[in-house]
Design a protein around this ligand. Structure first.
Ligand code: SF4
Length: 294
């Protein structure tokens, strides 16, 4: 049985950057008081590794109880709303900002459109950390949709509108949402050309969607696919569906213990891949485990 790790898998550059900032901060602070608001990335294995190095995962409520002296609080790649920075400032806590630059640029776009009085439509999940940050930069004056049905029930088609997306959402649904808004604005305002009333920005992250074609190719070239990711990883769910769409023998695991030996009966080629938050070292571990079944 040949077991191969997908060469295009592993951390995206935004996650690499966040993890590097966390490690650098942990190495350079006395007393090891490095905190992070929420799980650093949606992967329990990497979170455990960094926690063993001293990173402490905290909630917003915990922020109030930190001793600001000699402590630092990291902002993860998903970003935070302005209220988090304001609270930290009031409490005298030093922030280390590891927001992915793509998310920062997305927040800046939302600020710009908000200042220009656009109706802001965000294609995303309302309670996802990245969307909470985006909602925060426009004082929650936006509409969050995750389907065409949501668009019909919540968007006002008489208003000047901009559509943007959470970076890790599904591409096809984004374009269906875009078409729905465009058609409805056109119908409501009785105009053919909607460009003065509607702007759609495809802000889906290429680190996720640039991988789709290569992932399909890799999944088709193997008999069995093992997809390794945290269960709460948004891009993990999307990429797994891509994998499964071309190889029905695709299995999602978060932990090595979930591997079932029966999956490999009769298989000659096994592929291992993961989300943009799946560490390479854990996929190596999975590979060794499967090879030992051999
Ligand atoms: S998936 Fe894209 S937006 Fe998200 S952290 Fe990675 S590079 Fe940044």
């Amino acid at each position: 049985m040949l077991v191969t790790i997908d060469q295009s898998s592993g951390f995206c550059w935004g996650v690499v950057r966040t993890v590097e900032i966390a490690e650098e901060t942990l190495n350079n602070i006395e007393d090891n008081n490095v905190y992070i608001l929420g799980q650093i990335i949606h992967n329990p294995k990497e979170t455990d590794r960094l926690e063993q190095k001293g990173l402490k995962t905290i909630s917003y409520e915990d922020l109030q109880n930190i001793n600001p002296k000699n402590s630092k609080v990291l902002i993860r790649a998903h970003g935070e709303p302005p209220s988090t920075y304001e609270s930290a400032k009031k409490l005298g806590i030093e922030i280390i900002d590891a927001t992915c630059p793509l998310v920062t640029s997305l927040q800046n776009r939302v600020i710009k459109f908000h200042q220009q009085d656009y109706q802001i439509v965000i294609f995303g999940k309302k309670e996802h950390a990245e969307v909470i940050g985006l909602r925060g930069v426009c004082n929650d004056e936006c509409i969050v949709v995750k389907s065409v049905e949501d668009v019909i029930s919540s968007v006002d088609f008489t208003k000047k509108t901009v559509l943007i997306s959470q970076t890790t959402m599904d591409k096809n649904t984004f374009y269906a949402v875009k078409t729905t808004i465009q058609e409805n604005i056109s119908k409501t305002l009785l105009i053919e050309d909607t460009k003065d009333f509607f702007i759609a920005k495809d802000t889906l992250c290429r680190a996720v969607y640039g991988r789709e074609d290569k992932l399909k190719e890799f999944a088709m070239s193997n008999d069995i696919m093992i997809f390794v990711a945290g269960r709460n990883s948004s891009n993990g769910k999307g990429l797994f569906n891509t994998c499964k769409s071309v190889n029905t023998k695709s299995y999602f695991i978060e932990d090595i213990k979930e591997i079932n030996n029966d999956w490999f009966i009769g298989a000659e080629k096994v592929g291992i891949t993961g989300a943009t938050s799946t560490p390479q070292w854990y996929m190596e571990k999975v590979k060794n485990e499967i090879e030992s079944i051999n």
